[in-house]
Design a protein around this ligand. Structure first.
Ligand code: Q9C
Ligand code: ZN
Length: 342
């Protein structure tokens, strides 16, 4: 299987994440890319290629222009205010303060465009986000033109990013951008299957009223787990999108047996919906030793996940999302990809 990788994904090296009331070194670190790449090479998964530059048009098919402009300018604006640390949102529109007018001050705009305070904006952020979407686009184009699987070693991840909000370590929604690219190049319906531990709130929001993307997500129940405010089983789509959103919230402590029966249900729905391409939001934070997640999948289980995905027989594009057990991230990701090819 071809892997798409770019060193530019590592330009973002944030120093701070708000976690438990203190600033810690972010879980979503550039070393994640090195370790996945090393495992791809060691297992001889296949050729590693650089992405092409697709420009902003496929990004603007998903994200609002004002949001993209905000991300592009935020770090320079923050620095010109003479701020010490990294740009972190700290005030938001709320139920009692809806915020119908987008503020002018950067602190207000940060709250408008952020959905959580775990994700700081720093030097290199927009460059890495752009590399990440180019990787996703290069991978999906390869799957479309050859019918072969491809792996996009995306960083930063994307599935929490909504039409005009960043958070959960995500800026551009790589999976949504890739799915839309496939539709814009002739496909009628695409499945996005999100197996990251966290609910893919951004992808759900982007496609919620549409029937050309079937979105399915297996994740920690939002009653207990980030992102807390979306991802319930009752969210099934709206308007013509009714029936094209499927959530499988699972309790903390879920093991592979329970997780895999949700997966099998999701795969049956993808089959029934007549999808022509599968985009996998491949987070491996459902792993038993993940430091911020609460499922119990083992490294061997990830190989079985790959085998089951292959059973669909669809052209498939894998895009990296989360996974923070850095020591094992390469093994877990490549186990899915090798299991798929077995
Ligand atoms: N610092 C992805 O896996 N957790 N994002 C914040 C408090 C946010 C995870 C914990 C988890 C986001 C792509
Ligand atoms: Zn995650």
């Amino acid at each position: 299987m071809l892997t798409f990788h770019s060193a530019a994904t590592q330009q973002r090296r944030a120093r701070t994440e708000l976690d438990g009331g203190v600033l810690v070194t972010p879980y979503e670190c550039p070393e994640r890319v090195d370790l996945v790449l090393e495992r791809v090479r060691r297992t001889a998964l296949g050729e590693v290629r650089e992405p092409d530059d697709f420009g902003l048009e496929p990004v603007l098919a998903i994200h609002d222009r004002d949001y993209v402009d905000f991300l592009a300018g935020c770090w320079d604006e923050w620095q010109s205010l003479g701020r010490q640390g990294e740009a972190i949102a700290w005030i938001w529109p709320t139920r009692t303060m809806p915020g119908d007018v987008i503020p002018e001050h950067l602190d207000g705009r940060l709250g408008h465009y952020a959905l959580s305070a775990d994700t700081s904006i720093c030097e290199g952020t927009i460059e890495s986000a752009q590399a990440s979407k180019d990787i996703a686009l290069s991978a999906v184009r390869h799957s479309l033109t050859t019918g072969e699987p491809a792996f996009g070693l995306c960083r930063p991840p994307g599935h929490h990013a909504a039409t005009d909000q960043f958070g959960g370590y995500c800026f551009f929604n790589n999976a949504a951008i890739a799915a839309q690219y496939a539709l814009d190049h002739g496909l009628g319906r695409v499945a996005v299957l999100d197996i990251d531990f966290h609910h893919g709130n951004g992808t759900q929001q982007i496609f919620y009223e549409r029937d050309d993307v079937l979105f399915l997500s297996l994740h920690g129940d939002p009653r207990q787990c980030f992102p807390y405010f979306l991802g319930h089983a009752e969210e099934t789509g709206r308007g013509k999108g009714e029936g094209f959103n499927a959530n499988y919230p699972l309790p903390p402590g879920t093991d592979f047996a329970t997780w895999a029966s949700a997966l099998d249900d999701a795969l049956a729905r993808i089959r029934a919906a007549g999808c022509e391409l599968l985009v996998v939001s491949l987070g491996v934070d459902a792993f038993e030793n993940d430091p911020i997640s609460e499922f119990k999948l083992t490294s061997d289980d990830f190989s079985e996940v790959g085998r089951r995905l292959a059973g669909l027989g669809l052209p498939t594009t894998f895009l990296l999302e989360g996974g923070y057990a850095v020591e094992e991230i390469g093994i877990n990701v490549v186990n899915v990809l090798s299991g798929f090819e077995a």
